[in-house]
Design a protein around this ligand. Sequence first.
Ligand code: PLP
Length: 362
Amino acid sequence: MKIRAMKHHDFYESLPRRARYNLSDACGATATLQDILSTDEIAAVASVPLIYGSVEGRDDLRAGIYSLYQKLYPELSSDNITVLSGTEEGLFSIMACILEPEDEVIGMLPCYPSLSDLPACFGAVFKPVELKFENRWQPSIEDFSAQINERTKAIVINSPHNPTGMLLDQSFIDSLIALCQRHDLYLISDDVFAFSDFANIGSQLNVLKYEKAILANVLSKTFGLPGVRIGWVMTRDEELSKSIRDLKTYNSICQSQLDEQVACFVMQKADALIKRNNKIVRENIELFDDFIANNDFLSWHKPEAGMLGLVHSTKPLKPLLESWFEKEVLVLPGELFGIEGDYFRVGFGKREFSEALACITG
Ligand SMILES: Cc1ncc(COP(=O)(O)O)c(C=O)c1O
């Protein structure tokens, strides 16, 4: 296996120091246990036996996660869910279980670097479908179809999208499923922003109607809890579920029992947390839209859902981002996500967004 370092991690390492604000952060509002749990709940976490847990994840945690999906998938159950250490472990496990050397995976570019770079770790090849500013970042089915050949094993999607904030709609997903069915492909859906529906337009897509689809989600993004390493994958493909669980017995074996207990409580208050964090995203996007209106060298397509957006600058990017770094604001260039040109990514999840913006305003 050839492991490639993830581009944005290398980029962080290359910086001379940390900036006070990361305006490109991809997570929801930062919280502590005290912010999200009651005193009794914190006491319950403190009394959890520190033993091995089950490979697939605690039953009540998987039931809590399933309640996020019950409306969309009433015919499924918590048995279709496996708990893992973040979506990152989910994506790695899915690809490890389905890919053979020389297989091909089709996905959108720009994208979260894992999606484009993980296939190569297994000797497979990533075939990009390029998203373009002039198309409002929307791909076409023909773009996906044109990349299919006899070596294609899977299509990977991410909607709402990192880094553009683009949202695929259900009719697009239905066409993609038909394409996958025709060519017997897996459909991998990186769903980490699915609950960041800040404009209430319905960003949760039905991908699991397809037998060979699998979705991955996590507490890191909408819930703003990346330090609780709880993510999950969900599929109706029992063989794939079994392979992922078998692989986990060689990796983490089970989750931290503390994390699982915290995640159980998070699921009990999921609606309120989602609502709270989506409000922050909505307000920050409006602030940033005003910032763009006041800076005519910047342009974008306002994100439809999720918590990220990709911005174009007619001023050269490098000196612009360096000048912002001098003002304690770090912004990630689009090239880290596989797009050339003067683009940068902005993240809208943080409470301190307006403070960060104030540093570079004027
Ligand atoms: C689209 C996407 N997928 C997956 C991940 C991985 O997140 P985690 O490992 O916290 O699950 C990220 C993190 O930024 C992401 O943006």
